[in-house]
Design a protein around this ligand. Structure first.
Ligand code: HEC
Ligand code: HEC
Length: 163
């Protein structure tokens, strides 16, 4: 092209080469970093590649010792310390309430659902359980006697001396 000196063309070529080299370097840096993320993310199914068949682990026994567990923080829904197998929890029947409802606690000896379970979304305390808290197992779960599936570094502020 008229007016384009060979020196300028070479300069552009060199710049392109430098850019390419930079891009390649970035790629090399990016790929291991990405692989790292994949291996570091805890997977509930363990480290078996997702396409490999794996043996199902044995079903662990549930904790049904009737001992109420300490909550890990004040607003934690307490875990269920008894069996709930076969308890119906449907629109028409709520087996949990047959013991935990206010009017049935004298007979069942179960702790009453707390006052928050009677509050509607405006904070109005109703005479019976609020629809927001009807499906108990959305928040309360029984526990299995099994090692944790993934590491958990949660520390109760009581143990760290926090106030
Ligand atoms: C037959 C009566 C009965 C039924 C039905 C029942 N519970 Fe309980 N629940 C109890 C009793 C009694 C306790 C006190 C601890 C114990 O004895 O297991 C308790 C404890 C609990 C606790 C622990 C409370 C705390 O402060 O630690 C939770 C949560 C709970 N039940 C939830 C449920 C849910 C959810 C259901 C339904 C799936 C249910 N319960 C059905 C009797 C019952
Ligand atoms: C939206 C979540 C949620 C649902 C649904 C829910 N709970 Fe709770 N529950 C909690 C939380 C959070 C606490 C602890 C703080 C509090 O009392 O609000 C709790 C506390 C409790 C306690 C302990 C009460 C006390 O004074 O120690 C019992 C018993 C209980 N729930 C039973 C039930 C039952 C039975 C149902 C179903 C009818 C139910 N919960 C539905 C979240 C829920």
């Amino acid at each position: 092209m008229a007016g384009t000196s060979p020196a300028m063309t070479d300069g552009a070529g060199a710049r392109r080469l430098t850019l390419l080299a930079l891009f390649a370097l970035l790629l090399c840096l990016a790929i291991p970093a990405h692989a790292q993320v994949l291996t570091d993310t805890p997977r509930l199914s363990g480290n078996t590649p997702p396409t490999q068949p794996m043996k199902a682990p044995p079903v662990p026994p549930m904790v049904t010792n009737d001992v109420r567990q300490m909550r890990n923080y004040p607003e934690q829904p307490p875990v269920i310390p008894h069996a709930i197998d076969g308890y119906q929890l449907t629109l028409n029947t709520n087996r949990c309430l047959s013991c935990h409802a206010r009017q049935f606690t004298p007979g069942s000896g179960a702790p009453m659902i707390s006052v928050t379970h009677f509050m509607d979304r405006d904070g109005q305390v109703l005479i019976d359980v609020t629809p927001r808290r009807y499906f108990c197992t959305a928040c309360h779960v029984p526990q299995a006697d099994a090692p944790p599936l993934v590491q958990n570094t949660f520390r109760d502020s009581l143990s760290t001396g926090g106030k």
